[in-house]
Write a protein that binds this ligand. Structure first.
Ligand code: 4AD
Ligand code: MG
Length: 464
């Protein structure tokens, strides 16, 4: 008996009866009358469930099968019958039904629609809902495509460390990694916890970015990228910040900021195009349920060329907008979400790079421009998301980099090896970080990062 998934059935819908097919899954709904039971069986491989029709004289354990609750796991075998004039293109006429695992009346995921908030509270069961099935299938496809994109262009994939002793962004948002007893650490002469006796012999933390390590590989193997989990202990209660998120960070050698933006644009378009091609049934569902503009916005992003403006021009646009922003707009201040939204959604109506930011609001490793006030940085702002990508050309000049670090009061010691890269064969190079979870928000129309992470970790919450 061929064991098939619902996805396989939809990939080649039978035009005549297909005998002896076995499909396993979970009951989405069950309707039983005297002469029939209709079971919507979902196996998670496809948006649509398979309709299984059971009749008392054809299924030996009909009574047992027909009294199952929603959520029960079944293996159904029988004949797939084409039903071209019904809602679903085919159904199964069951010959046997094996109850793999029963469920109970209080199964939390009943057929009625549940709020996203309710579903967050049952993160272990929500992948069984239509919405989260769609979101996590899209997430998986996108992750596979990330590797394909870079592999096809000859990039080397580098596994950068999760535990690190250097703060890659210099923003002080690292989670600490320690084995010392918080109540009773060994103390040094100054009365402070003696980190020399901690596991790594010094302060360590979870990485906020793999960039510095990728730079080392880029200055050896040319174009490289890393794609992994990233951690930030910033107390942000926004729908776009998670404490644990995934980031893709390519780094290209002998390249400047313009090449970096070209790469980011090609990358985003490739991912959007791939999802439009491969995940249309899920996109259509999400479009209908959550975000009526989703497919159109993705098609627009895949085909239009992204806008590019300098930060200084962007400030001018915002100041002339006539909008009553909550946060004032002035040269030197960071762009707030409302400003990013105005630029991407209202003004440009497509993804837009803002580049050459004031150095005072950007990280230490960004290359200082000839004007002395701005750095070669570029953020990509996407409609509905805000900042999707943050990138820059790196400061490759030793004197300029150390001067900048000292100006910011950073200790040089943890970054010695990073400075070495400027000592031995330094070259212009650039890269960016794309927040994978924000990309999935963009691709699915979900408006909260908690709804694109399988088990989200955010300020105050690390359940499941
Ligand atoms: O702009 P960020 O902080 O840049 C870096 O980390 C650089 N080291 C990247 C590089 O040049 N290699 O972060 C990059 C992106 C942001 O644009 C955003 O999409 C995402 O990472 N991001 C977050 N996503 C979810 N939750 C958070 N707390 C995030 N912080 C940043
Ligand atoms: Mg940023």
């Amino acid at each position: 008996m061929p064991k098939l998934t619902v996805r396989e059935l939809y990939a080649a819908p039978p035009t005549e009866p297909l005998h002896d097919v076995t499909v396993s899954g979970w009951v989405r709904s069950i309707r039983d009358s005297k002469n029939f039971a209709f079971i919507a069986l979902s196996d998670g491989t496809r948006q649509q469930p398979l309709q299984v029709v059971a009749e008392p004289d054809k299924v030996a354990n009909y009574k047992e099968a027909a009294r199952q609750n929603v959520g029960a796991a079944l293996t159904c075998a029988g004949t797939i019958i084409p039903t071209p004039d019904r809602k679903q293109p085919f159904e199964m006429q069951a010959a046997s039904i094996v109850v793999e695992g029963a469920s109970t009346m209080d199964y939390p995921l009943q057929k009625k629609g549940h709020s996203l908030e309710f579903l967050r509270g049952i993160a272990h069961l929500r992948p069984r809902s239509n919405t989260f099935g769609a979101v996590f299938r899209v997430r998986s496809l996108a992750a596979q495509r990330v590797h394909k994109f870079f592999h096809d262009r000859g990039f080397v994939y580098v596994h950068t460390p999760i535990i690190t002793t250097a703060d890659a962004e210099g923003a002080g948002e690292m989670f600490r990694v320690t084995v010392l007893d918080p109540d009773n650490p060994p103390r040094g002469a100054d009365g402070k916890a003696d980190l020399a006796r901690d596991f790594f012999g010094k302060a360590a933390g979870l990485t906020v970015s793999g960039q510095l390590n990728v730079e080392a590989f880029c200055l050896a193997l040319r174009d490289c990228y890393t794609f992994g989990p990233t951690f930030r202990a910033e107390r942000s209660y926004t729908p776009r910040h998670a404490a644990e998120f995934w980031m893709i960070e390519p780094e290209i050698a002998f390249a400047d900021l313009a090449a970096d933006m070209d790469l980011a644009e090609a990358f985003v378009k490739d991912l959007v195009g791939a999802i439009l091609e491969e995940a249309m049934p899920d996109l259509r569902f999400l479009n209908q349920m959550f975000d009526k503009g989703l497919v159109e916005r993705l098609e627009n992003a895949a085909s239009s060329s992204f806008a590019r403006v300098t930060y200084t021009e962007a400030i001018g646009i915002l100041q002339k907008s006539g909008q009553a922003f909550e946060y004032p707009v002035s040269w030197g201040a960071d762009l707030q979400t409302e400003h990013e939204k105005y630029l991407a959604e209202t003004y440009f109506k497509r993804p837009v790079f803002v580049h050459d930011y004031p150095k005072g609001i950007k990280a230490f490793y960004m290359r200082v421009n000839d004007d002395g006030r701005t750095v070669a940085a570029a953020d990509l702002l996407a409609p509905g998301i805000g900042e999707l990508v943050g990138g820059s050309q790196r400061e490759e000049r030793m004197d300029a980099l150390t001067a900048r670090m000292l100006e910011l009061g950073m200790p040089l010691e943890p970054y010695r090896w990073y400075l070495d890269l400027r000592e031995y064969g330094s070259v212009p190079h650039a890269g960016f970080g794309l927040g994978f979870d924000r990309l999935i928000m963009f691709l699915t129309g979900m408006s909260n990062i908690r709804d694109v992470l399988p088990f989200p970790r955010t300020t105050g919450s690390a359940e499941f």
